[in-house]
Design a protein around this ligand. Sequence first.
Ligand code: 8LK
Length: 217
Amino acid sequence: MSPRKLGNRPYTVCIEGNIGSGKTTFLSHFKKCENTIVIEEPVELWRDVSGTNLLELMYKDPSRYACTFQSYVQLTMLQLHTRETSHPYKVMERSIYSVRCFIENMKRMNVLQNVEAYLLEKWYDWALENTKVQADLIVYLRTTPEVVYQRMRTRARKEEDCVSLDYLKLMHQIHDEWLYDRTLFSVPSPVITLDADKNLEGMLEEFRVCADKIFNR
Ligand code: 8LK
């Protein structure tokens, strides 16, 4: 494998996709790869913000907590992007870039006040302009909303009880507009789109092809 560390920063791959698209499983395959640090979404931090489960509050009362939640997510994502590492490859579950998808979703669902959306977007723009956050590749795990709805139900993460098929359809549409049609907001790197409706075996094969490209094998 030819290490691709670029100057002082690692070659950074962000795994994007809807809830239930299989990001965690896909990410777990990278744990066996040499020279690679795998960074999962910090859900546990969102569940315990000084004793408060902010993820749960966001789903239970989005009009009250969506902005608070998303501003914390933004902070934790920024911390993960800027964390020092000696590994030449860094693979992340989602990214600060996906904050934009969730803000867009909350705007379309009318759970953010205009001023809240404005503030979150200001923070987002400032963070990207004033830090060295970068992505070198996005892997988009593209799915069908009905498929991820079933997976989400099977996984049964308690905070996601109230997530509807309509919510997943909207998230799918926003991901597609961003990464597939590329009409929504700028795409920070090349994108590999995978058919993530496939089962575990099918996704392992997709992973192998993807890893060959990333590691120049
Ligand atoms: O991904 C774990 C859970 O957190 C899932 O239910 C979706 C939710 N989530 C969210 O509401 N807003 C987010 C992220 C995840 C990730 C970002 C960047 N913003």
